[in-house]
Design a protein. Sequence first.
Length: 168
Amino acid sequence: MFGYGSLIYKVDFPFLQREVASIRGWQRRFWQGSHDHRGTPESPGRVVTLIPARGRVCMGVAYLVEHAVFEHLDHREKNGYQRFPVQLTLGKADQVTEGVVYVADQDNPAFLGSAPLEEVARHINRAHGPSGSNRDYLLHLAEALREIGDNDPHVHALEALLQPSADK
């Protein structure tokens, strides 16, 4: 199973193996609404999903899990996400294997879609839900991506908009 958002840093499920991995043809975007974790039904937050993008590589973490773990993950990712088959490239060895990834596509009712980066940042900064602030989700994800060696332009640009300037 491939994690590219909170599944990188909030691992609340048992796994047999964990390894930095990547998938081709996808990019991470804060285009999915979250009314069950980082927002509410009245005021959804914004969380990441994957958008098809030819030639792009999305880094994340691959987990080897027992089949029973998917019951928990299906519940955790219930707000518009579906499992899709994907080819994972594992670690530095460039070993390719089959896996699954959760993607919330534009046809799900919680999909918010694209917006100007500044607007997305303001939305994230004000949203809060049962799992905490949307801002914390973004900041934890940005740090987790740095830890695995990924400089995701979309995530880190949003992070920069939400970080206080050092010279203020």
